[in-house]
Design a binder for this molecule. Structure first.
Ligand SMILES: Nc1ncnc2c1ncn2[C@@H]1O[C@H](COP(=O)(O)OP(=O)(O)OP(=O)(O)O)[C@@H](O)[C@H]1O
Ligand SMILES: [Mg+2]
Length: 453
C-alpha cells in the first residue's frame, strides 16, 4: 500500500495517523492533530541515501560576517552585538505589545544605514504599515513592504529581492498552500518557519520572525519552532503600561542573560537606559512599598514592590500577584504567618511590581514579604524617610538565603542613594538579617516590630 504524502501528527505526543481525529488516538488529547507533509519513502531501505564525507572541524571554512546593527542599542545588546547575517530571530509577544513597532524601527535604521531590507506583513495592509512608520524615527518610510499571506509568493519575493535583513510579521499569518490546515495551525507554522529558515540560510539573509504568544505566555505553535530558529526573544509587559522588557530565551550567538527595557511613546519604542532611576523615582514612601534590588539577567534593576492587605468577605480571600509568581507569593505569606508573626488571615492580599515589570527570581521574596508586612501593619518601612531597598530569598523555615550577585545589587542601590539595604547575611549590605523575623524587626522599627514579633 502506498504511504500517504500527508500525515496527521499529534503536537502533544507525536503520534502519527493517516486520518484526522478530533482526539489523539495516542494520548487522548483533543485538537492536537495537525497535518504534515511527508516525502514518499516507499523505495527507501534502512540506509538508502548516498554516504557523505565528514570533514575535520579545523578544515571547515567559516567566514566571519560582520554583525548588522539595528540602531536600537538594547536590541543589539540582547542579540549579542547586532543581527548575525543568515540568522533567524523569533520575536514573541502578546498582542499589541509592540512587536511590529520594534521590528519596523530596526528595519528603518538598517535601511537608513544603506542595508537592503524588506518588511513582509501578513497581518496588516501596506497602508496600515505606512501609518505606523509615519510616527517612527529614522528611515522607516524608506523600507520596502510586501503585504502577503501566501508562503510561496513570500519566498519567491525574498529570493528575488535578496534583502540582507527582512521581517516576517507574523509566522502565524502565512499559509503554505501544500498543506490544508488553516494559517496558524501547528503544521502550517512549522512548515512556514522551516521553509523560511532554509531559504534564509541558503541566501545568507537575516530574518526577524514575529510570533504570537498564547494566553499562557508560550509562543504559539509547536515548540519545535524554538529549536528551528537561532534566537528566541520575548517581548513582555502590560499593554496598558508604558514599560516593556525584551529578553532572550535562547541565543546561539550570545548570552541569554540580558534584558532590555523600553518605553512605548508616540514616536515609537524608546530605550530606557537607566530603568532603575525611573522605577525608584516613582517609588512611594507609604506603607506597603519596598524597593527590590533585582537582577535581570546580568543587569541590576531597582523596582518597587507594592502590597495591599485589605479585609475581605470572600472565601477563600484573594491573592493577586502582578509581576511575581503567584506560588511564590503563597509561600512568602505562609512563612510570614508561621515564622514571622505576620498572619494575613482572611484578608485579601494584592502584590504588584510597579511599572509592569515582571521579576522571576527568588531574590524577590524578601521585598514581597516586607511590602506585605508593612501593608498589614500600616507602617512604612524604615520609618518612611526614604525608600528601603532589599533582596534575598525566604526559606521555608523562615531563614533568609543568599542570592546571586549581591555586590551588583548593592552597587545599584548605592548609585541611587538607597540606604539602608536589607539583605541576607554575608551579602555586605548595611543591614544584614539571618531570618525573615529579624529583617522585619529591622525594617519596621521598634514599636511595630514588637507587635510583629
Ligand atoms: N500614537 C501612539 N502613541 C503611543 N503609543 C502608540 C501609538 N500608536 C500605537 N501605540 C502603541 O503601540 C502598540 C501597538 O504596537 P504594535 O502594532 O507594534 O504591536 P504588535 O505587538 O505588533 O501587535 P499585534 O500583535 O497586534 O501585531 C499599541 O498597543 C499602543 O500601545
Ligand atoms: Mg503587529
Amino acid at each position: 500500500m502506498a504511504r500517504p504524502t500527508t500525515v496527521f501528527v499529534c503536537s502533544a505526543c507525536g503520534t502519527e495517523s493517516a486520518k484526522w481525529h478530533g482526539q489523539c488516538p495516542g494520548c487522548g488529547a483533543w485538537n492536537t492533530l495537525a497535518e504534515e507533509a511527508r516525502p514518499d519513502t516507499r523505495k527507501s531501505g534502512p540506509a538508502a541515501g548516498r554516504p557523505a564525507k565528514p570533514v575535520r572541524l579545523a578544515e571547515v571554512k567559516a567566514e566571519r560576517h560582520e554583525r548588522l546593527s539595528t540602531g536600537i542599542g538594547e536590541l543589539d545588546r540582547i542579540l549579542g552585538g547586532g543581527v548575525v547575517p543568515g540568522s533567524i530571530v523569533l520575536i514573541g509577544g502578546s498582542p499589541g505589545i509592540g512587536k511590529s513597532t520594534l521590528t519596523s524601527m530596526a528595519l528603518g535604521n538598517l535601511q537608513g544605514a544603506g542595508r537592503r531590507t524588506l518588511y513582509v506583513s501578513g497581518e496588516e495592509s501596506a497602508a496600515q504599515i505606512r501609518l505606523r512608520a509615519e510616527r517612527l524615527p529614522g528611515a522607516a518610510l524608506e523600507v520596502p513592504v510586501l503585504s502577503e499571506t501566501d508562503l510561496d509568493t513570500v519566498l519567491a519575493t525574498l529570493d528575488a529581492e535578496r534583502p540582507e535583513v527582512c521581517v516576517v510579521d507574523s509566522v502565524q499569518t502565512l499559509h503554505a498552500s501544500a498543506l490544508t490546515g488553516a494559517a496558524g495551525s501547528v503544521g502550517q507554522v512549522r512548515e512556514v518557519a522551516d521553509r523560511i529558515t532554509r531559504l534564509a540560510k541558503a541566501r545568507g539573509m537575516a530574518v526577524l520572525l514575529v510570533g504570537h504568544v498564547t494566553k499562557e505566555g508560550a509562543l504559539a505553535g509547536p515548540r519545535v519552532l524554538e529549536h528551528l530558529v537561532d534566537c528566541v526573544l520575548q517581548f513582555e509587559g502590560e499593554r496598558e503600561r508604558t514599560y516593556r522588557t525584551l529578553r532572550a530565551l535562547k541565543n546561539r550567538f550570545g548570552s541569554t542573560n540580558d534584558v532590555g527595557v523600553f518605553e512605548m511613546r508616540q514616536g515609537g519604542l524608546v530605550e530606557v537606559a537607566d530603568a532603575s532611576a525611573r522605577f525608584v523615582g516613582e517609588a512611594t514612601r507609604a506603607p506597603g512599598s519596598a524597593v527590590l534590588a533585582a537582577m535581570e539577567g546580568s543587569r541590576p534593576l531597582l523596582v518597587e514592590v507594592q502590597a495591599l492587605v485589605s479585609p475581605s468577605d470572600l472565601v477563600p480571600p484573594r491573592r493577586i500577584a502582578n509581576g511575581i509568581d503567584r506560588n511564590r507569593l503563597a509561600l512568602v505569606l505562609a512563612v510570614l504567618g508561621r515564622h514571622a508573626g505576620v498572619g494575613v488571615g482572611t484578608a485579601d492580599v494584592f502584590v504588584n511590581v510597579a511599572g509592569g515589570v515582571r521579576v522571576d527570581e527568588p531574590g524577590a521574596d524578601l521585598a514581597v514579604a516586607l511590602a506585605v508586612a508593612s501593608a498589614a501593619r500600616g507602617v512604612a518601612l524604615g520609618g518612611g524617610e526614604s525608600p528601603v531597598a532589599c533582596f534575598g530569598e525566604v526559606g521555608l523555615t523562615g531563614e533568609l538565603r543568599s542570592v546571586g550577585h549581591p555586590d551588583r545589587r548593592l552597587a545599584e542601590a548605592a548609585k541611587f542613594g538607597l540606604d539602608p539595604v536589607i539583605a541576607p547575611r554575608e551579602s555586605g549590605a548595611s543591614v544584614e538579617a539571618a531570618t525573615l523575623r529579624d529583617a522585619l524587626r529591622r525594617a519596621l522599627g521598634g514599636r511595630s516590630a514588637a507587635r510583629a514579633a
